[in-house]
Ligand binder design. Structure first.
Ligand SMILES: *[C@@H]1O[C@H](CO)[C@@H](O)[C@H](O)[C@H]1NC(C)=O
Ligand SMILES: *[C@@H]1O[C@H](CO)[C@@H](O)[C@H](O)[C@H]1NC(C)=O
Ligand SMILES: *[C@@H]1O[C@H](CO)[C@@H](O)[C@H](O)[C@H]1NC(C)=O
Length: 364
């Protein structure tokens, strides 16, 4: 971790210097709302390309359908924040660590594949949520220098803060040392994860953030990767995860209601990624897909071995002919087409996103 922190710090310091030296920035509409993105591989757009980690997707065939080159997104194409930025009439929001980007007025993406809300989750291999908050504070400082305190304050209060976080806090202990979970009840462990999420949300509120959009925990028990874990019962969901998902989603809703009561001007949206994805896994044809369970890209049963691109385990991997037919692109991540359907629903719909949809959060 020390290495990453030093590296990230060095990079940010240089960004800060470059940013503060560029005078004469102009022309932004005074009322636009930026998009700040936090989280894991569901929102990652390439931060992990810039340090040494195995949690990367910057090789082919990732990116094959939309960008036509591997950007670091764990998808054949775009991620949810890419669509939301488009609907909000913002430019594509780049990864925070992209060295040639010095523009933060439209927002920035801090997400890092493999990250969790807890410091311990894959510490040293990813940028965890607490470090993402630290990076946000550096960006805020840079905006205050560039725009002045008043304009920066107004910009940050109009901004939408968009999160996908939590799944790795449950997956990581199962992958490494399940005994960690044994010392807590399900509820106790969930409360630690939710506590860490809310403390970052509060940290952003304290720095002037007001509009928060979070995805709930998705069906991690039934991802192709999880199905592949059940060797004795081919294709069944990995039910050890299920109680965590249920408790997490209940506790997340409660925690945000509590914050809304306590914090003046706090607005939030929870998007039910769990229900959305479960529907498509179980009834793919109803939504225009052919395959709801197996991955387009990967190895082994259900494409569940995490080997898309052949950079792990073995060089050989399978790639489907028509990615549009698939709900899952690799063993743990949906396709561009799924993300687009999801983004459309949470932008202007009102069935899977409550109490506000994203469009409403952007209209302050
Ligand atoms: C990246 O990390 C791996 C695993 O920790 C290590 O074997 C490798 O030497 C590192 N590469 C660089 C360029 O530091
Ligand atoms: C965050 O998680 C850590 C364990 O990683 C725990 O010790 C701490 O109490 C949690 N914080 C909150 C506010 O729940
Ligand atoms: C790929 O699949 C989609 C969705 O089922 C279908 O509409 C399209 O025609 C397919 N394309 C080809 C080339 O088969």
């Amino acid at each position: 971790m020390a290495n990453i922190q030093v590296f990230v710090f060095a990079l940010c310091t240089s960004l800060l210097i470059i940013t503060t030296q560029s005078h004469g920035h102009s022309g932004l509409p005074k009322t636009h709302a930026p998009l700040f993105v936090f989280g894991d591989s569901v929102f990652e757009v390439g931060n992990n390309n810039y340090f040494n980690t195995s949690w990367q997707a910057n090789y082919s065939p990732y990116g094959e359908t939309f960008f036509k080159y591997p950007t670091g997104r764990f998808s054949d194409g775009r991620q949810v924040p890419d669509f939301i930025a488009e609907y909000a009439k913002l430019p594509l929001i780049p990864p925070y660590l992209q060295p040639d980007n010095h523009e933060f007025s439209y927002g920035i993406n801090f997400a890092s594949a493999g990250a969790g809300a807890m410091v311990e989750t894959r510490q040293g291999a990813v940028i965890g949520l607490p470090s993402q908050l630290s990076n946000f504070k550096i960006v805020r400082k840079s905006l205050r220098k560039k725009l002045g305190n008043e304009e920066a304050k107004s910009l940050l209060s109009r901004a939408v803060y968009f999160f996908s976080i939590g799944s790795n806090d449950y997956i990581f202990p199962f992958d490494t040392d399940p005994s960690v979970l044994g010392s807590y009840s399900h509820q106790e462990y969930v409360d630690l994860v939710i506590g860490n999420i809310t403390s970052v949300v509060k940290g952003i509120y304290k720095k002037g953030g007001r509009n928060f959009a979070l995805l709930n925990l998705w069906p991690i028990a039934c991802l192709p990767y999880a199905r592949a874990l059940k060797t004795e019962k081919k294709g069944a969901c990995f039910d050890e995860f299920t109680p965590f998902v249920k408790l997490h989603n209940k506790a997340l809703a409660k925690a945000l209601q509590k914050l809304e009561k306590k914090l003046k001007g706090f607005r939030y949206s929870i998007s039910d990624f769990n229900e959305f994805l479960t529907q498509r896994m179980n009834h793919p044809s109803k939504y225009g897909f052919v395959e709801g369970e197996a991955a387009c890209c990967g190895s082994g049963v259900y494409g569940g071995i995490y080997n898309c691109g052949g950079k792990r385990i073995a060089e050989e991997y399978n790639l489907c002919k028509n990615v549009s037919e698939y709900v899952f692109y690799d063993s743990a991540h949906p396709t561009d087409r799924v993300y687009e359907q999801f983004a459309k629903q949470i932008w202007s719909g009102n069935s899977i996103t409550t109490p506000y949809n994203l469009k409403a959060l952007f209209e302050t």
